[in-house]
Design a protein. Structure first.
Length: 92
């Protein structure tokens, strides 16, 4: 399997935020696949609601919010992509 290196930032994990860390993915890995893998590793921000499709997180790929776009779960990651995952927040 061909690998690609992305740059990963994950915020909302307490003191252990990840900032622009090189992270290896399969060349055909999707955003959803990455989220599932990070979830299994305990590397996602604290989640509210535990949505099965991760819609309770904000996910940006190359500064574009992909979590609000149809088909985000099928978007493949590519060499050099910058992925940012944030804890969703609401206030009032």
């Amino acid at each position: 399997m061909v690998k690609a290196r992305i740059f990963l930032s994950v915020y909302g994990t307490g003191d252990s935020a990840i900032r622009d860390a090189p992270f290896e993915v399969d060349s055909d890995e999707t955003v959803l696949g990455l989220l599932e893998r990070l979830d299994a590793l305990g590397m996602l921000p604290k989640r509210f609601g535990e949505e099965k499709d991760y819609l309770d997180l904000l996910v940006f790929v190359n500064h574009k919010n992909v979590a609000v776009r149809p088909g985000f779960d099928k978007k493949s990651l590519a060499e050099g992509d910058k992925v940012i995952i944030l804890q969703a927040a609401a206030g009032g």
